[in-house]
Design a protein around this ligand. Structure first.
Ligand code: UTP
Length: 604
C-alpha cells in the first residue's frame, strides 16, 4: 500500500502508530484519507497514550464501513452528491406535475370493503408483518420503549402484545396455521428493551423463530459540504440515526426478505411502533392489493389541507409517472408552482385531494426483493442540513443522510403499480407520538393530538364501529377534555383480534342488542356469541374464552362497571398513566373467564 500520505505533518501521530494497526484497518484509513478525511486522524497521540480510544475509534469506523452498502467511502460520495444538490437548491420535483393517485376509497364499511376483507382474510398465511421500532420517540418523551406502552388502560395491553395478538389471530384463521413472520427493526436505543420485553413475556405467545429482529445502525454525521465526517472529540465520531428507510437495507442485507419470499410469503405489511389500528386495515388492504395488482399499497386517510402528514400524489412529467408521498412542507409549494396557485387547499369534499400517508405500507414481496437486489436496499437518501446563512457554505450543526421507508417507489419503473387505499382515520391511523402538553396545544390549534389518550379513544371507537356494523345499537357518550385532550367517555369496546378480525366475523357473532353511555365491553375469544346483549350506564362486561370454549351471552347487564378517574397533571402515577391523565377503576364489572373447553351460557 502507498503510505506516502502519512508523511503529512498532521499525520505524524498516525504514522507513529501505523505498525500497531491491523492490515484491513490500515486499508480503510488509507481509503478515508484519500477521500479527504485526514482530519479524522490528525494529531494522534504517541503509541502508548490513549491506545484503547484509538482502537475503539478504528473499530467504530470498521463497523460502519461494514454495515453501509458501499462502505464509508460510498457514504461520503452519496453525501457529497446530495449536499451539492441541496446547496444548489435543486427542486426534487422539477418538471413534475401532481395528479390524483390511483385510489380505492374504503372510508365507509361498504359492500366493497367487505369484499376486499374476504379476499385478504383468505391470505393471512401469505402475509408477513414488519414493524419499524427504532425511533427515539423524543416528542412523546416516554422513559422506555414505545412498544411497551399500553394502547389501552382497561387491561393495559402493550402495543407489542396487541400486535402479537393480531399475528396469533391471523395464524388461527389461516388454513395452513403457518406462523406469520414478524420482523421488528430496532436500534441501539430500542433493541435491548424490545428483546427484554419479548423474552419476559414468552414472545407473547409467538414462536421465537417467527420473530426476526433487525438492528439499524447509526450513520456518521457530516460536518461540511465536502462530506467531512464529524468528530465529537479526538477518536470519537458523531453518530446519528439514518431513519426508518433503513428497514429496506436491513431486509436486504440480512437476507430476510428473500428468505420470506422463498417461504411463500407474498406481501409484507409495514407498520409503525404506536399505530394501534394498523391491523384493522390489514385484511381489506391485502384484498385491495390482490384485486388491483398493487406492488405497493400506501394506506391513507383523508387529509386536512396543511396537516403535517405527507400527501400521496401521482407525479407526472419528464416522460415518467410515479406515485409518491410528498412531504407536507413540499406539497404546498409544489401545488402552487404547478396546478393550483392557492396551494394545499380543500376540494369540494372538504379535504385535500391528496390523501394523507399513514405510513402503513403493503408491499408485494417478489417485486420488493427484485427492487432490493437492484438497489442494495438503499432507498432514496436525502439530506436536510440547517445552514448558517444563505450562502449555504456552513451548517449550524453536523447533518447526516437519512431515508424514509415510504420512499421506496422512487426506485420503481413502469411495470410497478402503486395504489392508495383510503380508510377512516379512527380505523387506520391514530399514532401515539406526542406528550400530553404538546397534544393539548395541537388540539387547541385545530389539529389531531396523536397522543396516548386519542390513541386509546380511537381503539374503543373502532370496537364500537365493529359492533354497529354487526347490528348492535351503539349510543356514544359525551366527549370530555382531559388535560386538554379530547376523550369520548364511552362505550369503551375492546374486541380482541381473537374475537374478530373482519366485519363479517363480528356480524356472525353478534345478534342485536345495545350498548350505551359509559358502558364497557371486552370480548376475547374466537367462540363467543352475543345474543341481544344490553349494557347501559357504566356497566362493564368482560368475557374471555380459551380455545374450545363456546360461550353464549344473553340479556341485560347492569353493574357499576369501570369508572374513569382523572389524575391531574401532577399526579404521582406510573408514566403510562401520566401520559394520558386518567385511569379506570373497576367498581364491579361482570368478568367471566373460561379456561376449559366446553359450552357455556351467560345469562344476565
Ligand atoms: P416517528 O418519527 O413517528 O418516531 O417515526 P420517532 O422517530 O420515534 O419519534 P420522534 O420524532 O423522536 O418523536 C415513525 C416510525 O419509524 C420508526 C419509529 O420507531 C416509528 O415506528 N423509526 C424512526 C425507526 O424505526 N428508525 C428511525 O431511525 C426513525
Amino acid at each position: 500500500m502507498d503510505t506516502t500520505f502519512l508523511d503529512h505533518a498532521e499525520l505524524a501521530g498516525l504514522k507513529a502508530n501505523w505498525g500497531t494497526i491491523a492490515a484491513d484497518r490500515q486499508e480503510l484509513v488509507a481509503a478515508l484519507v484519500a477521500e479527504g478525511q485526514a482530519a479524522l486522524f490528525a494529531d494522534w497521540d504517541a503509541p502508548g497514550t490513549n491506545d484503547a480510544a484509538k482502537a475503539a475509534f478504528l473499530d467504530s469506523l470498521a463497523k460502519i464501513n461494514g454495515n453501509y452498502p458501499g462502505g464509508l467511502v460510498g457514504y461520503i460520495h452519496n453525501a457529497r452528491k446530495l449536499l451539492a444538490e441541496s446547496k444548489e437548491g435543486a427542486n426534487p420535483f422539477e418538471g413534475l406535475t401532481p395528479e390524483q393517485p390511483e385510489k380505492v376509497d374504503l372510508t365507509s364499511f361498504s359492500a366493497d370493503f367487505e369484499k376486499y376483507e374476504a379476499v385478504g382474510a383468505a391470505r393471512f398465511d401469505q402475509v408477513g408483518v414488519v414493524l419499524v421500532a427504532g425511533g427515539l420517540g423524543e416528542r412523546l418523551g416516554y422513559n422506555g420503549i414505545k412498544l411497551d406502552i399500553a394502547v389501552e388502560v382497561l387491561e393495559c395491553t402493550s402495543y407489542l402484545k396487541h400486535y402479537a395478538d393480531n399475528l396469533i389471530a391471523m395464524q388461527a384463521r389461516s388454513a395452513s396455521k403457518r406462523p406469520v413472520p414478524f420482523v421488528i427493526m430496532v436500534s441501539q436505543d430500542t433493541g435491548p428493551k424490545t428483546i427484554e420485553s419479548l423474552e419476559a413475556n414468552h414472545y407473547f405467545g409467538l414462536r421465537k423463530e417467527q420473530v426476526f429482529i433487525l438492528q439499524q445502525e447509526l450513520v456518521p454525521a457530516i460536518a461540511d459540504n465536502d462530506g467531512a465526517l464529524a468528530l465529537n472529540a479526538k477518536y470519537e465520531l458523531i453518530l446519528k440515526p439514518h431513519g426508518h428507510g433503513d428497514i429496506h437495507m436491513l431486509l436486504h442485507t440480512s437476507g430476510v426478505a428473500a428468505q420470506l419470499k422463498d417461504a411463500g410469503i407474498e406481501y409484507l405489511m409495514f407498520i409503525q411502533d404506536t399505530n394501534g389500528p394498523s391491523f384493522n386495515t390489514l385484511p381489506a388492504a391485502v384484498g385491495v392489493s390482490v384485486e388491483n395488482g398493487y406492488d405497493f399499497n400506501s394506506l391513507a386517510i383523508r387529509r386536512k389541507p396543511g396537516e403535517a402528514v405527507g400527501g400521496l400524489s401521482k407525479l407526472v412529467g419528464n416522460g415518467k409517472e410515479f406515485t409518491l408521498n410528498v412531504e407536507y412542507n413540499q406539497l404546498d409549494p409544489l401545488l402552487r408552482a404547478t396546478i393550483n396557485p392557492a396551494g394545499d387547499v380543500a376540494d369540494e369534499t372538504g379535504f385535500s385531494p391528496f390523501p394523507g400517508n399513514c405510513n402503513t405500507l403493503l408491499i408485494k414481496l417478489d417485486t420488493y426483493v427484485r427492487i432490493l437486489e437492484a438497489s442494495r436496499g438503499i432507498i432514496a437518501e436525502f439530506v436536510n442540513p440547517k445552514y448558517t446563512d444563505d450562502t449555504k457554505s456552513a451548517f449550524k450543526k453536523p447533518t447526516r443522510l437519512e431515508t424514509m421507508m415510504q420512499d421506496l417507489p422512487k426506485l420503481f419503473g413502469e411495470s410497478e403499480k402503486v395504489g392508495v387505499t383510503i380508510f377512516d382515520r379512527m380505523w387506520s391511523f391514530s399514532p401515539n407520538k406526542n406528550n400530553v402538553a404538546d397534544a393539548a396545544a395541537k388540539i387547541a390549534a385545530g389539529g389531531p393530538a396523536d397522543a396516548s389518550a386519542t390513541a386509546e379513544n380511537d381503539f374503543y371507537a373502532a370496537g364500537r364501529a365493529r359492533l354497529e356494523v354487526a347490528g348492535m345499537q351503539v349510543e356514544t357518550a359525551e366527549e370530555k377534555r382531559i388535560l386538554g385532550v379530547p376523550f369520548t367517555l364511552g362505550p369503551k369496546v375492546i374486541l380482541r383480534p381473537s374475537f374478530a378480525m373482519t366485519l363479517a366475523e363480528g356480524r356472525a357473532k353478534v345478534t342485536g342488542g345495545a350498548i350505551r353511555g359509559e358502558a364497557t365491553l371486552i370480548l376475547d375469544g374466537a367462540d363467543i356469541a352475543l345474543e341481544n346483549v344490553e349494557l347501559a350506564g357504566k356497566t362493564g362486561l368482560v368475557v374471555k374464552a380459551c380455545a374450545g370454549a363456546k360461550v353464549t351471552v344473553k340479556g341485560r347487564f347492569e353493574n357499576a362497571g369501570f369508572e374513569l378517574v382523572e389524575l391531574g397533571a401532577d399526579a404521582d402515577v406510573p408514566e403510562y398513566l401520566k401520559i394520558r391523565g386518567y385511569r379506570f377503576e373497576n367498581r364491579g364489572a361482570a368478568i367471566y373467564e373460561f379456561t376449559e373447553p366446553g359450552e357455556y351460557t351467560i345469562e344476565a
